[in-house]
Design a protein around this ligand. Structure first.
Ligand code: IPE
Ligand code: IPE
Ligand code: MG
Length: 253
């Protein structure tokens, strides 16, 4: 396994993905396949989160965004929603020391006001305590959906126009980017979805315009550093053209 990491480290470091985003899917099915309750899958999913964080840090990735709870997930049975928010509080508490040791900086995107109080405060505390860390930035997407974010962006821009601090004719791509929750985070180079589904489920729709997509049949609790590193090596073999021809891109490399 260390060989995979060596291969990544020996590769042209200017082509290393700066930002990896993951739709962590398959916890419930993973548990049910073993005759266990869905919540057991979420609990085991915490180990996979640790693998993703450590594996990204060791590979030299700078940003890791994890889709942990979507706006639509509020529609799940209350029991599961409560288990998930409770697990989040517990996991942050238990992992904080490890995050500090690894110089991880924690951030959150999403409608945080919708989260239970305890959860919200635990998050703010962890964000504050890790804000000076200089290693990997981990962004948790919680109570997040891309359409919610885009609506908020429209509201923010509308307010600025109303206050005469923004001229509508001057609105450009950068204005939009500056008013999204990800304003200070580069777009993902890689988007991974585990759990065998081939959909985006309302995640970072604007930001993944040019991301390289990877769909894995692995259920999230089974996600390992090896899975991640194999995806990074696979990414190296892709040519990102951003609309240009293959020849243009290979000339400028
Ligand atoms: C992903 O696993 C975790 C969350 C969405 C919170 P799921 O809970 O969606 O697991 P499956 O897709 O039902 O197996
Ligand atoms: C997407 O998974 C959301 C998260 C991983 C947090 P879901 O399991 O909720 O997605 P759908 O409902 O199958 O599209
Ligand atoms: Mg799912």
């Amino acid at each position: 396994m260390e060989k995979l990491l060596d291969q990544i480290r020996n590769f042209d470091q200017s082509r290393l993905p700066r930002h990896i985003a993951i739709i962590m899917d398959g916890n419930g099915r993973w548990a049910q396949q073993q005759g266990k309750p869905r919540v057991f899958g979420h609990q085991q999913g915490v180990n996979a989160v640790r693998n993703a964080i450590e594996g990204s840090g060791e590979a030299g990735v700078k940003y890791l965004t994890l889709f942990a709870f979507s706006t639509e997930n509020w529609n799940r049975p209350a029991e599961e929603v409560n288990a998930l928010t409770g697990l989040l509080v517990k996991a942050i508490h238990a992992e904080l020391e490890n995050l500090q040791k690894n110089q991880v900086r924690l951030k959150v995107i999403g409608n945080l006001k919708a989260l239970p109080n305890e959860c919200y405060h635990e998050l703010l505390k962890a964000i504050d305590q890790t804000k000076e860390n200089t290693g990997l930035t981990v962004i948790l997407a919680l109570s997040y959906s891309s359409r919610w974010e885009i609506t908020e962006m429209a509201k923010n821009i509308g307010e600025k126009v109303k206050k005469n601090t923004l001229n509508p004719q001057e609105i450009d791509d950068q204005t939009v980017i500056d008013n999204l929750t990800t304003f200070d985070i580069p777009d993902p180079d890689i988007l991974i979805r585990t759990g065998g589904e081939f959909r985006i489920s309302n995640f970072l729709l604007y930001q993944i315009a040019y991301s390289e997509l990877f769909f894995s049949s692995i259920m999230w609790p089974d996600f390992s550093k090896k899975t991640l590193w194999q995806i990074i090596l696979d990414y190296f073999s892709r040519q990102r053209r951003f609309g240009k021809t293959s020849e243009q891109v290979s000339c400028s490399e």
